[in-house]
Design a protein around this ligand. Sequence first.
Ligand code: HPA
Length: 267
Amino acid sequence: MDRAASDLVRFIQDRAGAGPVRVGLILGSGLGHLAEAIDGVPIPYDQLPGFPQPGVSGHSPQLTVGELEGTRVAVLGGRAHYYERGDAAAMRLPLEVLAGLGAETLILTNAAGSLDPAMPPGSVMAIRDHINFSGLNPLIGEAGDARFVPMADAYDPALRATILEAAQATGTSCAEGVYAWFSGPSFETPAEIRAIRTLGADAVGMSTVPEVILARFLGLRVAAISAMTNMGAGMSDEQLGHEHTKQMAPLGARKLEAILRAALPAI
Ligand code: HPA
């Protein structure tokens, strides 16, 4: 861990207690209210030097460390996206801090566009694999052989099985599929949506993939769940936009919360 991360870990442990965190969580657009369910200490990012400053509405830029369903968690209520500053590694320091706090498992959530008519807005999908359609990579510039991170089973199969079992136990339907990363911030064109469906994606979004690459580099076990806020461009009459994303995210957020609450004790 570099100096900036270890200083932050000490600062956070002074505020929130030194007990090791079991699970790190990153909450996507409009999915931030889960952080309020945590019995713990919220620390605004502006008190954490090097953390990304709030750039996108619908995110709650604070780190909350505490208990959820008896599990010690650290929740990042907001993320930085590549499209904000052109930095694919924008979440590296927060992820290093999660690992430094003891997290061995990372669960990411995001709002996404669905490419599957059987997954309408409000559906949730556990990510099985991804397509890095942006061609960007947060490890470009990293030295040493550790940068050659294998990405088969980057989304841990056993962890995903635990999540799907938790979904079933709570009567929450949860699909499984492939997420494609587009850089954003513009939405995809209908032609891009047709192309990426042909290439095997089930959902599209503007986040998560660079964080998964970084998390695997840091040795974290990863799961990710998308909440569908819309059908991909050209697949329905919806008018796509960030307002629409924020409006629709709570539908999936309720399901995500039920699944995560049920899964945490088993992780
Ligand atoms: N495309 C990209 N990102 C998204 C979408 C989408 O349709 N919906 C929510 N985030």
